[in-house]
Design a protein around this ligand. Structure first.
Ligand code: HDD
Length: 709
């Protein structure tokens, strides 16, 4: 065994925090650059001057010479740095991690060791993305989020190319180019970027009512996640599992975040787009680097082959969920992300997923969306990365690869063999039976007429859109009305915004009326379709509040200025930090801030103008008379606190900080809730937006820190 193979072998059996087999595999290609290392050309010759193009008589401004091969190489390489961005999901970020089986009950359904062998730790690479915007667009736009997982299994790579929403806009892959053209910037002016609030998207959605269910999800709070770490992931399409007895089940894949499912408010999302367009990608890497590893439960829903037709909806229709009441979730695994990439381009940009990449024990269904996807992904990688894209370090499997496929542009692998075909006299690269691990497709009986048509159950588009709407909490419904109202208000063609009201009226009469009033639509006088009042579990985000709410990795701003109480602040900060929240001191300048007399200087991490309340989950205002007077005179700080209050964030204040808070947020109709008293006389005031926004109060950590009775 070579030393690389030995380290690869070792890595596969190591513990959670140690590198996975894939991470070790990538070491072959990683070049650690050292300080004072010498610059060379790409052909390895040391470079003497990288700043001046060779020219004649430089002092007299002579022309640059074509002969300068060092200058030419530098420009050649630069000219070709960009590759085509992904036609959708161009904006994204990724991380490494692993997948583990926590319950081997899936062996009832599949013989795939990745889903059944609890002794395995399968390396994964996950890429999260937005759909509509280009590579440079902002993170917190209203959009679907991609949730693509590459499992580097011992049986080959398996990709779940999913989203944070369990259904899709269309039922048949042949509609994908129409849908994408409609949602992307319009052809005549290339507007808008990173949003669906425009004529063409809503025009298409109105005329293609199968999108109604997915539109409801994207317009709900799901469209503006607080973090990639706080979203669900869904395989969306119906796949199949095959067990050792040769029995087949239909399956849907789910990832459920341990932190719960949380969203931004739309106002926050809009502002963060400008304040920090990289908000989500930074959030992911900061969490991983601080050891707060994002973790998801992995669950499956299964339906035996014999029960395919037992449901009101078609289980192969990607615009439908399988309600949990009918098909319960079974938790079988855990996904953990524990390592950021070393270099963005070769890893996150060059990673390429294919729904067609499955391993023995996992297969496809006749879901017409999936069938088309199975063609599209491989195809798009050829134009994005070239035919040998599977040899790129991030894409190559960790198990042995031997095929008779050869050549093509940018072939990396060097294969030492006299034969590249089958059958051959040396028996190299021979196919093997299913018993020996060969991928054998399920033998499925088919009969019928070849035609361009969809099954009868594919014709019904509104019942599950209604189920979703009915299952939302009142505040979630209100957010949804505002979101559709926002989007339709950005459509200038009245045909578009007026006609979508008809679609909404097929979902819910009150919803249609509320939106129509907002956007100048025709207010309906009777429901387009009765609302049957049915609800289902697992659709509202409130169903995903974690059992043990946590402030781990939550960002907390501590507002300080000269004369603040540093001793008290340090006590609170220590409590918050030990609860693994991330605290930032925000002051009038990024420099030393002078606390109360006798206390040591404290260095502020940022100044009030450089950050905004929207970038934090909670605020804490320490005590200190002079400090509070300074804060009160600063309009930016007053805005900070009012804005945080308006966004229902947890706000803690102590001593004079409480008076300041009262003055600042004393708005008509809003009463502050004063939950408890600090031992002695100081009060802690917390505004509770917890339930309505899914944000957690920092009050328990503050309570502990200040030893509140
Ligand atoms: Fe797709 C990318 C998810 C339908 C064609 N898709 C892409 C990515 C995700 C999804 C997460 C980004 C992968 C990455 O990070 O590199 N797509 C979905 C889901 C769908 C779906 C959940 C519905 C169930 N997609 C879909 C259809 C087609 C495509 C029906 C075409 C017929 N998707 C593509 C693509 C992309 C892509 C054009 C662009 C970049 C890429 O594949 O690698 O081929």
């Amino acid at each position: 065994m070579s030393s690389i193979e030995q380290s690869v072998e070792k890595a596969f059996t190591t513990m959670a925090s140690e590198p996975t087999k894939k991470v070790v595999d990538l070491q072959r290609d990683i070049q650690e650059q050292q300080a004072h290392q010498v610059l060379t050309t790409d052909h390895g010759v040391k470079v003497a001057d990288t700043d001046n193009w060779r020219c004649t008589e430089s002092k007299k401004n002579g022309p640059s010479l074509l002969e300068d091969q060092i200058g030419r190489e530098k420009i050649h390489r630069f000219d070709h740095e960009r590759i085509p961005e992904r036609v959708v999901h161009a904006r994204g970020t990724g991380a490494h991690g692993y997948f583990e089986v926590v319950d081997d009950r899936a062996s009832k359904y599949t013989f795939a060791p990745v889903l059944t062998d609890s002794s395995r730790k399968t390396p994964v690479f996950v890429r999260f993305s937005t759909v509509q915007g280009s590579r440079g667009s902002a993170d917190t736009v209203r959009d679907v989020r991609g949730f693509a997982v590459k499992f580097y299994t011992e049986e080959g790579n398996w990709d779940i190319v999913g989203n944070d929403i369990p259904v899709f806009f269309i039922q048949d892959a042949i509609k994908f180019p129409d849908f994408v053209h409609a949602v992307k910037p319009e052809p005549h002016n290339d507007v808008p970027q990173g949003q669906s609030a425009h004529n063409n998207f809503w025009d298409f959605a109105g005329l293609q009512p199968e999108s109604a269910h997915m539109v409801m999800w994207v317009m709900s709070d799901r469209g503006v996640p607080r973090s990639f770490r706080m979203m669900q992931g869904f395989g969306v399409n119906t796949f199949t599992l095959l067990n050792a007895a040769g029995e087949r089940h239909f399956v849907k894949f789910h990832f459920i975040p341990e932190l719960g499912v949380h969203s931004l408010l739309w106002d926050e999302a809009l502002k963060i787009n400008g304040q920090d367009p990289d908000f989500h990608r930074k959030d992911l890497s900061e969490a991983i680097e601080s050891g707060a590893y994002p973790t998801w439960k992995f669950a499956i829903q299964t339906i035996p082959q014999s029960e395919e037709h037992k449901f009101e909806f078609d289980i192969l229709d990607a615009t439908k969920v399988w309600p949990q009441e009918l098909v319960p979730l079974e938790e079988i695994g855990k996904l953990v992300l524990n390592r950021v990439v070393d270099e963005f381009f070769p890893e996150t940009e060059q990673v390429a997923f294919c729904t067609s990449h499955v391993v023995p024990g996992i297969g496809f269904s006749n879901d017409p969306l999936l069938q088309g996807r199975n063609f599209s992904y491989f195809d798009t990688q050829i134009s994005r990365l070239g035919i040998n894209w599977e040899e790129l370090p991030i894409n190559r499997p960790v198990c042995p690869v031997l095929s008779h496929n050869r050549d093509g542009k940018s072939r990396h692998r060097i294969v030492k063999s006299e034969v590249n075909y089958w059958p051959n006299r040396k028996n190299i690269g021979c196919p093997v039976s299913g018993e020996k691990g060969g991928y054998v497709e399920y033998a499925e009986k088919l009969e019928g007429i070849k035609q361009r048509a969809r099954g009868p159950k594919f014709q019904e588009h509104f019942s599950q859109a209604q189920l979703f709407y009915n299952s939302l909490a009142a505040y979630e419904k209100a957010h949804l009305v505002s979101a559709i109202g926002f989007e339709l208000s950005h459509c200038e063609d009245s045909v578009v915004y007026k006609s979508y009201i008809d679609v909404l009226n097929n979902i819910d009469f009150d919803l249609a009326k509320a939106v129509a009033i907002k956007v100048n639509g025709e207010v309906p006088t009777k429901p387009g379709r009765a609302n049957d009042g049915k609800k289902s579990k697992g659709l509202s985000q409130l169903d995903f509040l974690p059992k043990n709410p946590t402030i781990v990795s939550r960002r907390i701003a501590i507002l300080i200025s000269d004369g603040f109480n540093a001793v008290e602040m340090e006590a609170v900060r220590a409590a918050l930090t030990s609860a693994k929240a991330v605290c930032y001191l925000i002051g009038p300048r990024r420099n030393h801030i002078r606390p109360m007399a006798g206390q040591d200087l404290v260095f502020a991490d940022h100044h009030f103008d450089s950050q905004r309340s929207t970038l934090f989950d909670a605020i804490y205002i320490p005590s200190g008379e002079e400090h509070v007077k300074t804060l009160a005179k600063n309009g930016r700080v007053v805005h900070w606190v009012r804005e945080a209050f308006g966004h229902c964030k947890a706000i803690a204040a102590v001593g004079e900080g409480v008076d300041f808070l009262r003055d600042v947020v004393r708005l008509p109709g809003i009463d502050l809730f004063v939950p408890s008293r600090v031992q002695g006389s100081d009060e802690v005031v917390t505004s509770y937006g917890v339930v309505t926004t899914g944000k957690y109060s920092i009050s328990s950590a503050v309570t502990d820190a200040l030893n509140i009775a």
